[in-house]
Design a protein around this ligand. Structure first.
Ligand code: HEM
Length: 387
């Protein structure tokens, strides 16, 4: 089955409300996921979810740039150029992480995750162009803090700045998961992602500054534009692109101080510091009522900024960009990003089922996120060393 036929099947199955009022249908997809949720054997459940996702052909293999890993640093430090760095040991790594933990909290968690994403567009190289509009957001203050730590502690003896940003990204996700798990019981805790940190990335010659111009995806993008970006840039197929975009569970858009979009993807700053599946559950929650509006007058942006705002009982609980909504709905946008259909009228997009699965099975999402994030933070490297 092609993704198209799967999503059209999904569309047929999902009753739409013609009055435009929020509707909570007994949805066959929910019923199907209820069956999967009833499976108590975790491995069996994961296997069946994998089969369900495989049906939609969102992750058929495509060639991706290959990163080679070298395990025993004692041997390979002789053969692999490391900018003269001595090998990074596990204890040095945990020392650096403990220093990172001193400065990464609250809104800086999201900043760091966005920094590593932007650093890795075009290849992770420890360099950000501070004059490029997509980078000109509050995250630059946190980038300065990271740089100060790296420079003042002499970490360049051990790892490149690009490695350091990647480690900061991993640490930020871990802190976000810890925040999400405060007060959880084992059955509703988010599994801590297992990242295997590898190092040996090459910094650009002017690190940490750069005048390089990368092209970043835009908030007004639709499904095709989003998927094309992730495939071309990171070699990620729609399944892993969707998982990676779950990073928008953290932080928000800073209005006039940032992209000209404004809001937290989740309710407030406290929720925005938690790395959990709620980005997907808000997106797929049919109890929400969504407005699609241009906020450029409010934020002083020089061109339209159409965004989606989700409400429950007249209370705003979510904000989404077109690029986020496109994971669920095949929005129909014009050149300024205004969609001619909405949550009640747009057809589902090929990844809609996946959004529902990630919302219901957070640890299934975490597994896919782990893989996608690992791929992103190794973008541009051909050889990396294990610690
Ligand atoms: C289609 C792809 C993407 C688009 C269009 C997009 C767009 C945006 C925009 C417009 C903002 C708001 C910036 C501001 O005003 O301060 C933002 C924030 C953010 N993005 Fe993305 N992004 C994309 C992919 C990603 C990826 C792959 C990651 C990480 C893996 C990521 C992580 C973040 C985080 C954590 C924030 C919040 C930053 C903060 O609170 O300061 N984004 N993104």
């Amino acid at each position: 089955e092609t993704p198209e036929t799967l999503s059209s099947k999904f569309n047929q199955l999902t009753p739409k409300n013609s009055t435009g009022l929020p509707l909570v249908p007994v949805n066959p997809i929910d019923a199907l996921l209820d069956q999967k949720a009833a499976i108590t054997d975790v491995e069996q459940q994961e296997k069946e979810l994998d089969e369900l996702v495989a049906e939609s052909q969102l992750d058929s293999p495509i060639p991706i740039p290959v990163v080679n890993y070298l395990e025993p640093y004692t041997i390979h430090s002789f053969t692999i150029p490391q900018n003269g760095h001595p090998p990074l040991t596990k204890s040095r790594l945990s020392f650096i992480q403990s220093q990172l933990r001193e400065i990464i909290f609250e809104d800086r968690i999201a900043h760091v995750v966005r920094i590593i994403f932007h650093d890795c567009v075009g290849g992770c190289d420890g360099c950000l162009n501070r004059d490029l509009p997509p980078n000109m957001t509050p995250m630059l203050n946190t980038a300065t803090l990271l740089d100060n730590l790296y420079d003042s502690q002499g970490f360049s003896d051990w790892l490149s700045r690009a490695d350091f940003y990647a480690l900061a990204g991993i640490t930020a996700i871990e802190i976000g998961v810890e925040n999400a798990n405060v007060g959880c019981f084992f059955f509703n805790c988010i599994r801590m992602p297992r990242f295997h940190f590898r190092y040996g990335r090459k910094d650009c010659a002017t690190s940490p500054l750069s005048s390089g111009v990368q092209s970043f995806p835009e908030g007004k993008d639709d499904y095709d534009a989003v998927m094309e970006f992730f495939a071309n840039e990171f070699g990620l197929r729609p399944r892993y692109a969707t998982a990676l975009l779950g990073a928008h569970t953290l932080g928000g858009a800073a209005g006039a101080a940032g992209s000209g979009f404004v809001g937290f993807w989740k309710e407030n700053a406290i929720e925005a510091a938690k790395f959990d599946q709620r980005y997907f559950s808000l997106l797929s929650d049919r109890r929400l009522y969504w407005n699609h509006l241009d906020v450029s007058a409010q934020t002083g942006a020089n061109s339209p900024r159409f965004q989606w705002e989700g409400f429950v009982n007249n209370q705003q609980v979510s904000f989404m960009l077109n690029s986020d909504v496109s994971l669920l709905l095949d929005i129909q946008t014009n050149n300024v990003g205004q969609s001619s259909c909405n949550f009640n009228t747009c057809p589902y997009s090929p990844t809609a089922l996946l959004v529902h699965i990630y919302a219901r099975f957070p640890n299934f999402w975490i597994r896919d996120f782990e893989r996608a994030f690992a791929r992103m933070i190794e973008n541009g490297s051909t050889w990396l060393l294990a610690v």
